[in-house]
Design a protein around this ligand. Structure first.
Ligand SMILES: Cc1cc2nc3c(=O)[nH]c(=O)nc-3n(C[C@H](O)[C@H](O)[C@H](O)COP(=O)(O)OP(=O)(O)OC[C@H]3O[C@@H](n4cnc5c(N)ncnc54)[C@H](O)[C@@H]3O)c2cc1C
Length: 368
């Protein structure tokens, strides 16, 4: 008889875990509190971003995720773009960091590009004052709203995964899992409940090195032409762990701290991806703490747009939407959180700003 498992939450962590279990022959039920997943997994850039992961398990997991994303999207008919990423340098110290990164990761498909070469692959990169860019071939973009909505249907048709929408899990005492609508018997449970630390195993969350991070995002109106690689300005160099491999990064960050105190205060760095409809997703800020306030700050959006203008140009673009997302963030520097609060129960959480990049690979490793 097939082993069975229940997954709590239909964000990317829950979907990735459900997929990995189903691939291993489990009979899987997924319970999602809402009628559609509407947490961090639909509020992000859709960037599958191995370039931001340091060498070792994190990078290998990101690359494993990327392979799964690509084959799943092809199989399920979900839009994606293997566009790569481009970090741009307008100051000597940024260019220095990009050159050091190219040297630090000789095994990765990275290329240093001149101003002219950047212009050939990016219609939106600002060319004035551009010293060069670091192109990475490994990044791909999905449209998170589209992908997260379609993956459940795909998992149901391919692996008979059963989805229960509008049905929060309220208690787990194996073999029983209690929801708002009834009790289900199962052998294993995987709790992928994102920023809800209060409903299931609150005492374990209270003891875990985890907090919350609130991020503000915007969407700009569509452009017909594809933008090419997803774009990042210099501030992003201070954001991802992999970039710490550059010896002169510390000096660059000191300059940013002096020149951009407001950006430091709100943890702002600026990136842009283009979705399947041609719209641009831009962000973001990072405000950490256990109780993020529910109100978005117009000043943060202005800072993001101002910095965006230093490296990317969008003809006649207007802001169509703004929103914020919240993700759980580990405070111990780890890439994800696995807890086993009871026999047969595993909590999968804490991907920080890289859940889209890491979840598929991590779940595959876990269930393997
Ligand atoms: C603005 C922003 C930009 C980001 N950009 C990127 C990016 O470009 N690339 C990248 O790799 N990562 C990015 N991230 C990070 C990524 O989005 C997250 O790491 C990831 O979405 C977390 O997924 P999750 O499934 O753990 O959480 P969620 O997406 O929040 O899903 C958790 C789900 O569990 C459900 N749930 C909770 N409790 C229960 C319960 N008791 N019963 C039933 N259901 C329950 C919730 O309703 C929710 O749908 C970004 C995040 C944000 C906020």
């Amino acid at each position: 008889m097939a082993r069975n498992a229940i997954v709590v939450g239909a964000g990317i962590a829950g979907l990735a875990t459900a997929r990995a279990l189903a691939v291993q022959g489990y009979s899987v039920k997924v319970f999602e509190r809402n009628g559609i997943a509407s947490g961090a997994s639909v509020r992000n850039f859709g960037m599958i971003w191995p370039v931001g992961q340091p060498d070792g398990v994190a990078y290998e997991t990101a690359m494993r995720s990327r392979r799964i994303w690509e084959s799943l999207c092809r199989d399920a008919g979900i839009w994606f773009e293997t566009c790569g990423s481009l970090h741009l340098a307008y100051h000597e110290d940024e260019w220095q960091v990009l050159q050091e990164l190219k040297g630090a990761y000789p095994e990765r498909p990275l290329r240093l590009l001149t101003n002219g070469e950047v212009n050939k692959i990016s219609v939106n990169a600002v060319s004035e004052g551009l010293l060069g860019g670091l192109y990475s071939d490994t990044e791909m973009i999905v449209d998170p709203r589209d992908a997260i909505a379609k993956i459940p249907g795909y998992l149901t048709s391919k692996y008979a995964v059963e989805f229960h929408w509008n049905e929060p899990v309220t208690a787990i005492s194996l073999p029983d899992v209690t929801t708002s609508k009834g009790t289900y018997a199962t052998q294993e449970v995987f709790v992928c409940s994102g920023v809800d630390f209060e409903t299931l195993y609150p005492e374990h969350y209270a003891a875990a090195p985890i907090t919350r991070c609130k991020l503000q995002m915007m969407q700009l109106s569509a452009q017909e032409a594809r933008m090419g690689p997803a774009l990042c300005g210099g501030l992003s160099l201070g954001h991802y762990k992999s970039f710490e491999a550059a010896p002169s990064l510390g000096k660059l960050k000191n300059r940013y701290d002096l020149e951009y105190p407001e950006y430091k205060k709100y943890g702002i760095h600026v990136m842009v991806s283009q979705n399947q409809s041609g719209q641009f997703t831009i962000g973001d800020s990072h405000e950490y703490g256990p109780h993020p306030d529910p109100f978005d700050k117009a000043g943060i959006n202005k800072l993001i747009l101002n910095y965006l203008g230093t490296f990317a140009g969008f003809h006649n673009a207007t802001v169509m939407e703004s929103w914020h997302g919240i993700y759980p963030k580990l405070t111990n520097g780890e890439s994800w959180l696995l807890m086993r609060p009871a026999p047969g129960v595993t909590v999968v959480n804490g991907f920080g700003g890289a859940g889209m990049t890491l979840a598929f690979g991590m779940a595959d490793r876990l269930i393997d």
